[in-house]
Design a protein around this ligand. Sequence first.
Ligand SMILES: O=C(O)CCC(=O)C(=O)O
Ligand SMILES: [Fe+2]
Length: 365
Amino acid sequence: MAPTSAFVTPSTLAKETTLKDGYIIDERDKAKVAHNEFSDDIPVISLAGIDEEHPGGRREAILKKVVEACEEWGIFQLVDHGIDVELINEMTKYTKEFFALPDEEKLKYEMSPGKHKGGFLISSHLTGEAVANWRELVLFFTYPVQGRDYSRWPSKPEQWKAMVEAYGENMMNLSCKMFELLSEGLGLDKDAYAKSMGDISQHLVVNHYPKCPQPELAVGLKRHTDPSSITLLLQDHVGGLQATKDGGKTWVTVRPIKNALVLNLGDHAYFMSNGRFKSADHQAIVNSIETRTSIAVFMNPAQDAKVYPLNVKEGEKAVLEEPITYAEMNNRHKNRYLEIVRLKKLAKEENWSQEELDLKLSQLN
Ligand SMILES: O=C(O)CCC(=O)C(=O)O
Ligand SMILES: [Fe+2]
């Protein structure tokens, strides 16, 4: 049976010449910079020599660069990270094969949020979005291992499952190295940061942004911060990931670097560092020339882990009044995002000025 119109994927809609209504964004959300107008402002950090811990060894210099990038941007690219290129190639290959399958096959794994632990989605897992994202995705819950529901992992292409497992494991190991650097950067013991996270959880979001008939009217993934502690993103050569460090005034398109991983910090890192590290403000835009894929690995603390700055310096105010659980932090993050969506919709319907909208947005906590 053909999928109902509500479940026509962007891959199928890409064959039309005009963009469907539900995907048309507001004038004020239009991208300021093109998907392929690449910037070199985002730091690129090599992890070569990260284990040279002696005074004056490479680790010191790497740590310094990581801390600076976390403070200025909350986003940077990692090269010489030690992940096998073969694994990256295979993961990319099977990802592309999956999204090339017919809608019927992909929709077999359609996920109902709250009901299914993982699967295929169009646009987002959130209900209440005013405008859809021009994206399809597959969500895999990978850690803790006992939380995996393999029945939600697509069985085509056949090798994908094993690749996701291996990729998740490699990203877990790399993330643990990065948590050590964040910890040291905050002036703490190497293992303090990861310890505060409890049983670390991980999920993968494999994003697919088909070519779009009217890309200037659509967005691949709306502006957001991730709730995670860190996110490791593998993007292909196309480009479309954009970040801002000044609240949306200026944007940069992250230059794709073959086999590099883009590391961005999420809200958890912002809170744990008492606001010293930025939670990267970012979005993904689309184009009419090439389909784009990206693989995001979200590293999160356990749901019941305590979220509160690890060290509040004398004379400093804590960014949180009291400790909350990660579940609560995540909930607030989601509600805040949906409140922004609601205000923007209202602003459009009631013709608010930019100043009026900005004022309302600044009043959100
Ligand atoms: O596809 C991208 O470049 C960004 C993806 C992203 O930000 C996310 O999945 O949270
Ligand atoms: Fe993101």
